[in-house]
Design a protein around this ligand. Structure first.
Ligand SMILES: [Zn+2]
Ligand SMILES: [Zn+2]
Length: 275
C-alpha cells in the first residue's frame, strides 16, 4: 500500500489503499490548501522528479535539501556528535543515493524535528537508519504516520549528546523546538532553529509567527517566553530552515533585539506607523 505524501506540506501519511481525504496540517490556520485543491504524491513519484543535494555548512554540519524544492522547501541538517549523527528536521524525499551517502557518513543515532511542518517522511528515515525520532509530546496530534520509532519527550529540554540539547520554545507550535549545539559556529555556539526562530532574508533580524504563509503573528508573551528559554544558552550562529537562511555571527544579540522589536511592534498604539 502506498504511503501518500501531501504536496503542500510534505507530510507522509500512514499507508492506505486510497488517498487520504484531507491533510489536517494544511487544513489548519497555520497552513493552507491551495486553490487547486488538496493533492498527493508518493515517495516513488517524488524520486522520479527530485533528488537531494548536500552542502557542508561547517565541520560536523551538513545541509541536505531536495531539488527542485518540494512542499515547504526546507533543508535538513546532519549534525555529527560525539555519539553519532543526529538529523535535525526532515525531508519528504529519501532516495537510494541519500541512504548510501548518509550511511557512508555513519548513519543516524536519532532524528529531532522542530515542528510538524517538517515531519515530512520521518518514518522512512527512521526505518532506513534504525534511528528513533524525538518529537515534543505537545505536538502529538500532528503525527500523520504513527510508528514505534517515534519517541515523545516532555518538558523544556532534552539532551541528545554532549553539548547537543533540544529546547522546547513553543510559539509557532506548542511543541516548537530548537537545537542548541554548544560546539557549533566553529566553537562560538550555534542554534538550529527551524521555523521557531525564523531567520529573515536580511539576516540582521529573526522573527516569530504563528503562521508564516497566512501572516498571523504570535502574542508578545509567547515571543518573550522564547527569549527566556534561550537566555541560558550561548550561540553566535543561527541555522534557519533553508540553505541560505543563516545568521553568520552575533546571533544571540540579534535574537534579543528582534524580540524587543517584535514586542514593541505588537504592543504599539499605531502611532509608529504614521511617522
Ligand atoms: Zn499537508
Ligand atoms: Zn512551520
Amino acid at each position: 500500500m502506498p504511503a501518500f505524501i501531501c504536496i503542500t506540506c510534505g507530510s507522509q501519511f500512514s499507508p492506505s489503499e486510497k488517498q487520504p481525504g484531507r491533510c489536517p496540517i494544511c487544513d489548519e490556520d497555520r497552513q493552507y490548501v491551495p486553490p487547486s485543491g488538496q493533492s498527493w504524491t508518493t515517495l516513488q513519484d517524488l524520486a522520479r522528479r527530485h533528488c537531494n543535494s548536500f552542502r557542508e555548512h561547517e565541520a560536523s554540519l551538513i545541509g541536505i535539501g531536495t531539488v527542485p524544492a518540494f512542499a515547504i522547501g526546507q533543508r535538513a541538517l546532519l549534525l555529527k556528535t560525539d555519539k553519532g549523527n543526529v538529523l535535525w528536521d526532515c525531508l519528504s524525499l529519501l532516495d537510494e543515493a541519500t541512504i548510501a551517502i548518509v550511511r557512508a557518513l555513519g548513519g543516524l543515532i536519532g532524528i529531532a524535528i522542530s515542528h510538524p511542518h517538517y515531519y515530512a517522511s520521518m518514518v522512512e528515515w527512521a526505518h532506513a537508519f534504525d534511528a528513533p525520532i524525538h518529537l515534543h509530546a505537545s505536538d502529538q496530534q500532528w503525527v500523520m504516520r504513527s510508528d514505534p520509532a517515534i519517541k515523545f519527550w516532555d518538558g523544556d529540554t532534552l539532551p541528545l549528546a554532549r553539548g547537543v540539547t533540544l529546547i522546547r520554545c513553543g510559539g509557532h507550535f506548542a511543541g516548537g523546538t530548537v537545537l542548541h549545539w554548544a560546539e557549533g559556529g566553529e566553537g562560538r555556539g550555534a542554534l538550529l532553529s527551524g521555523d521557531i526562530v525564523q531567520v529573515l532574508p536580511n539576516r540582521n533580524f529573526v522573527s516569530f509567527m504563528r503562521s508564516y504563509p497566512n501572516f498571523f503573528p504570535l502574542s508578545a508573551p509567547a515571543v518573550e517566553r522564547i527569549g527566556a528559554l534561550l537566555a541560558p544558552y550561548a550561540f553566535d550562529v543561527i541555522y534557519g530552515a533553508w540553505f541560505d537562511r543563516i545568521v553568520p555571527r552575533d546571533g544571540k544579540a540579534i535574537v534579543k533585539r528582534s524580540i524587543a522589536r517584535y514586542v514593541a511592534a505588537i504592543q504599539g498604539d499605531g502611532s509608529a506607523e504614521l511617522n
